[in-house]
Design a protein around this ligand. Sequence first.
Ligand code: ASP
Length: 309
Amino acid sequence: MLPVVVVQGGAGYVPSEKSKASRAGVCAAARSGYVVLQSGGSSMDAVVEAVTKLENNPNFNAGCGSVLTTNGNVEMDAIVMDGKTLACGAVSAVRNIANPVQLARLVMDKTSHNCLTAHGANQFARAMGVPEVPQESLITEYSRMRWRKNLADDPNTAESQMGKMGTVGAVAVDIEGNVACATSTGGILNKMEGRVGDTPCIGCGGFADNQVGAVSTTGHGEAIMKVTLARLILFHMEQGQSAEAASDLGLAYMKSRVQGLAGVVTLDPHGHWAARFTSPQMAWAAAQKDTLHYGLLAGERFTQGIDEP
Ligand code: ASP
């Protein structure tokens, strides 16, 4: 069953002309994470590799392609968590960084803190020799167009979900049975400057614990935080539910309790995994036993060999 990596490319509604690129993006990320695992790499190395790939892909709302704040700036959040030790690293409201997930990992590896924010996170990046990039390099025509339209990222209006392409994340379990998660996002469109969403918050944007499993979430951050979605799903797994049933229970509770839509990728240390969502769509891909599974629409699941184009 091991190793496994499962990635998500955001809860939302991908316009049909972008669906091919979205599916291809998550498949490429799952493949690259799987290569790391197959060569004996850790689950942490695999999730960082997969999420870095998605941050560099302008079709997703993370790194290059991030949504804009009300003032037209890019402020990003990211988290990583290691299921072996419960070590965690996160950054929030960080600017001018191409790969916030790598900075989150540095917070985990090189500081005694769990999360650095805004200016302090950028100062830390400089101290670590992480290059700052011009904000323009993170902004795509598409994200500028959506910002100009002044769409609010309210999950409860169909219009705001239109053209919403997502946050990215990954969960993995390596051959030693260690689990890890990583999530990275530009946040929600037209958020206030300084808004911090669920993504960098432990138990909300992700959680990883070798004794239970790992989860990476996407969706309306304010709603995800209210139900601590990642930890809620792992709680259901602790009660004996499968990765899939626990994901559905957590998502259903979030929908009924706070009327929020979301998506998750979840796995347990034995390699059972799930990609589930209540949003109209979520691009996802999983690599296991040299096989790639992927989908975007509700109920969609394609399967092919890992090396098939
Ligand atoms: N959860 C992210 C946030 O609220 C957005 C998303 O997943 O699309 O910042």
